[in-house]
Design a protein around this ligand. Structure first.
Ligand SMILES: *Cc1c(COP(=O)(O)O)cnc(C)c1O
Length: 378
């Protein structure tokens, strides 16, 4: 048996004709930049996430970059974020010559720990004024604990940018009722990279916001700060979303809730049947159907790298997300952190592994994965 980490062909098989039709429609329209396909997707994503505005952009990375640009982030400004995420979360901060400041994760959810943010503020009263944003990441498809983060942000008057690249549709039971990822902070940033739960046939992204002034600024920044055409009050860039991607994403969005349900059912299956002493399954911080399981992450007690090799040799796809936390990355050595500064992130980087969780996975395939993991630890 062969069990890939992700099988986009299995997904395509269920929607091929619809995708081909809209791709062809864009092709024949000769409208290859912006236009109604992009506008439609922006409205659909905003409505889906419970945000007022959606601004389509070229990638999840560019969504984060343009969100920081919209806040007028300046060289030397500080941005609080997690050391344990995909590179882009911190990379965009450095690209604007601002300084990423890391605070450790909650070891149960792998998301930034609001208690650690509060501790950082308590320890660094002299630096608070320089903090221009907080970027929590809803890692693996489960929302960070937003209420306390938003409360701290409000206390110090700092905008929150949600990195929701892995969490479109993820729920959070806020004190004001159920919210979806990307609707809680000043801005939410999404990626349509093909391996996300809503993935295009290439790169794409979206920024969501409830703030009309920010939305207007994001629209300008996305297109070189141009408004009206050829008049530039702002310096932006080319961060546009292609209509061909927007059209495909609109087709896929109709299936997204069913795909989430498939992933949740697969997670429940692993949770019920995978049993190895000392092994930690993903924590359900709120409730199962608020977690969209972009990844199903195990924390294994020992011999993680040998397990990865063992599974690969048996045609089981698995991956380590992420083997090196930001503070241990070569490119961030100039920030002055050292090993031991963020023990929970370092532990996660050494002990976790992502298993296949995509919706089309069968019980038989999952049973095979479970057998091989249990066999390895016997
Ligand atoms: C995928 C991802 C990004 C970047 O998105 P791209 O579309 O690949 O640029 C940013 N942050 C996180 C947490 C991601 O998983």
């Amino acid at each position: 048996m062969k069990v890939p980490l992700l099988d986009l062909k299995a997904q395509l098989d269920t929607i091929r004709e619809d995708v081909k039709e809209v791709v062809n429609e864009v092709l024949e329209s000769t409208r290859y930049i912006m236009g109604s396909k992009v506008t439609e997707l922006e409205e659909q994503i905003a409505a889906y996430c419970g945000a007022r505005y959606g601004i389509g952009v070229s990638s999840g990375t560019d969504a984060l970059l343009i969100a920081l640009m919209a806040l007028d982030l300046q060289p030397g400004d500080l941005v609080l974020t997690t050391p344990y995420s995909f590179f882009a979360t911190a990379g965009v901060v450095s690209r604007l010559n601002a300084i990423p400041v890391f605070v450790d994760i909650d070891p149960g959810t792998y998301n930034i720990d609001p208690g650690q943010i509060a501790q950082w503020f308590a320890d660094n009263p002299d630096k608070i004024e320089r903090v221009k944003a907080i970027i929590p990441v809803h890692l693996y498809g489960q929302c960070a604990d937003m209420d306390p983060i938003l409360e701290l942000a409000e206390t110090y008057n700092i905008p929150v940018i949600e990195d929701a690249a892995q969490a479109i549709g993820a729920g959070y039971p806020s004190k004001n009722g159920l919210k979806r990822a990307g609707s809680m902070g000043s801005m939410g940033c999404f990626s349509f990279f093909p391996s996300k739960n809503l993935g295009g046939i290439g790169d794409g992204g979206m920024v969501t916001t409830n703030d009309a002034a920010l939305a207007e600024k994001l629209v300008k920044l996305r297109n070189h700060g141009s408004h009206p055409k050829y008049y530039h009050a702002l310096i932006g860039g080319n961060f546009r979303l292609d209509p061909i991607q927007a059209a495909v994403l609109s087709v896929k969005l109709k299936h997204l809730d069913a795909w989430h349900a498939g992933r949740q059912a697969n997670a429940a299956y692993y949770d019920a049947h995978l049993n190895v002493p000392g092994l930690t399954k993903p924590m359900v911080a709120y409730q199962r159907d608020y977690h969209i399981y972009n990844q199903y992450i195990l924390s294994v007690p020992e011999r993680r790298d040998a397990l990865v090799e063992y599974l690969h040799a048996r045609d089981i796809g698995c991956e380590v997300y992420y083997p090196v936390p930001f503070h241990q990355q070569e490119c961030f050595q100039y920030l002055g952190y050292k090993t031991g500064d963020f023990p929970h992130s370092e532990f996660a980087a050494e002990h976790t592994i992502a298993l296949p969780i995509y919706p089309e996975l069968t019980d038989m395939m999952q049973q095979y994965v479970i057998e091989k993991i249990q066999e390895f630890y016997q």
